[in-house]
Design a protein. Structure first.
Length: 428
């Protein structure tokens, strides 16, 4: 077994749920102690208000836009284009802009809550390329996704390591959706010197880089490392360290992913309808035990299995437990191939920690992997999860991500030895 798998699997195994573990630690939290969910730099930093009539601004804005606000038990939540476990939103986004008309070359923080780009570093002959894509220069944008992990570990403790990576994958999927709507090709990059970037960005132990995205013209031109350390602002109003998460991140950050040729997906969505889908995407919390059509279900499969635009990958397999699809026999499928016929809706509801959405939907999906690089695999699972959300919602089918499940028992149901990374439920 590859060494990298042993390392990632070890951390994954230590965050497994079981019926007993959930009963012993029901994990209640005091909502009044929740750390702040948005990072904001001091007011004296130079800011640019994003103008949605400017194509570049619109592209950046839609990667992370707040699209809805609601209150739950008197606690206000701002919901975005990307879902997040518990609506805790541990991810932050930075963007380097170079050679774009009307924009100063620099590294910016996207102030999601207020739709501003905050200039945190002005470029000269240096840049992020030397860390992410050495020997090249990008005329356009380099996005960096980071995680302020305490926003998630405050509630989910050690298992929040998973949610940080899954949420990062969802955020990458949101960037991909905005890129599609703005006719931009992108490339996801997972293997680069994340630890060096964390240091130069001054993150200490409070934040860490998970992935990068390139959008623009790649030029054969070396760019030197950042000449100065970037000023750092903590992304929460208070912080409690979790050594397990910090150690897990560092070890899995230096593993190499598998390689594949770069291919762009070929979607053909109606632009206006897809834009509204991105804007109105929500996680549903209740299904009506209704059927969905076979045509819609197979359309979802065709879209979610389109190429992912990256040279770095890990194999992700998708199992589906079909409950209510017209013309398709209920049962457990690997992809669209029937493995075992039967009604498993009650069992999937139990396995997903008694969440009714896994029982009452049309299909419960499980993403599994025998990964080499744990970080890459988890983020790819989140990326595919974002596709499932958007394609389902595009057809008027509801969706919800499921991060909590009894790991070993779910593997047993699927009859796989591979780790279960993520669950999804779709239906009406």
């Amino acid at each position: 077994m590859p060494k990298g798998h042993n390392l990632g699997a070890g951390f994954h195994n230590l965050t497994k749920h079981s019926y007993l573990s959930v009963q012993i630690n029901p994990n209640y939290v005091d909502a009044s102690t929740q750390p702040t969910a948005f990072k904001v730099y001091p007011q004296f930093y130079r800011r640019i208000k994003l103008n949605r009539n400017n194509p570049l601004h619109s592209f950046i804005w839609l990667t992370s836009a707040v699209t809805w606000e609601k209150a739950y038990k008197d606690v206000p939540y701002k919901l975005g284009v990307n879902p997040s476990a518990g609506a805790l939103y541990p991810t932050e986004i930075y963007v380097q802009i170079r050679g774009m008309s009307g924009m100063l070359d620099g590294i910016y923080h996207l102030e999601v809550e207020n739709n501003y780009l905050t200039l945190i570093y002005e470029l000269i002959d240096d840049g992020l390329e030397s860390y992410i894509i050495p020997g090249k220069s990008i005329k356009g944008c380099i996005f960096l996704i980071s995680c302020v992990y305490y926003r998630s570990s405050w509630k989910y403790q050690d298992r929040s390591l998973r949610y940080c990576f899954l949420d990062s994958g969802h955020h990458l999927g949101a960037i991909a959706a905005s890129a599609y709507l703005h006719s931009q090709d992108i490339q996801l990059i997972f293997d680069f010197d994340k630890l060096a970037l964390n240091t130069v960005l001054g993150f200490e132990n409070k934040e860490f880089i998970t992935a990068g995205v390139i959008s623009g013209e790649v030029q054969e031109k070396p760019v030197r490392s950042l000449r100065l350390k970037v000023p750092f602002v903590c992304g929460t109003d208070y912080f409690e360290a979790n050594q397990f998460i910090e150690d897990s991140y560092k070890v899995t950050a230096i593993q190499d992913s598998l390689r594949q040729p770069l291919k762009q997906p070929q979607f053909n969505f109606d632009q206006d309808k897809f834009y509204q889908t991105v804007w109105n995407r929500r996680s549903i919390r209740r299904f009506r035990k209704q059927l969905i059509s076979q045509e819609d279900y197979l359309y979802i499969w065709r879209q979610i299995t389109q190429p992912i635009p990256t040279e770095h990958f890990d194999d992700i397999e998708i199992y589906s437990v079909v409950h209510r699809v017209e013309g398709i026999l209920p049962g457990i499928y690997k992809g669209t191939h029937l493995l075992k016929a039967g009604n498993f809706h009650e069992q999937t509801g139990y396995l997903c920690v008694n969440q009714a959405i896994a029982r009452d939907g049309a299909v419960t999906l499980f993403l599994v992997s025998d990964y080499i690089n744990y970080q890459t695999a988890m983020q790819l699972a989140g990326f595919i999860g974002q596709r499932i959300y958007l394609v389902s919602n595009y057809l008027g089918i509801d969706c919800s991500g499921i991060g909590a499940f009894y790991d070993d028992e779910t593997q047993a149901l699927l009859e796989t030895t591979k780790d279960v990374l993520y669950g999804m439920a779709i239906g009406k």
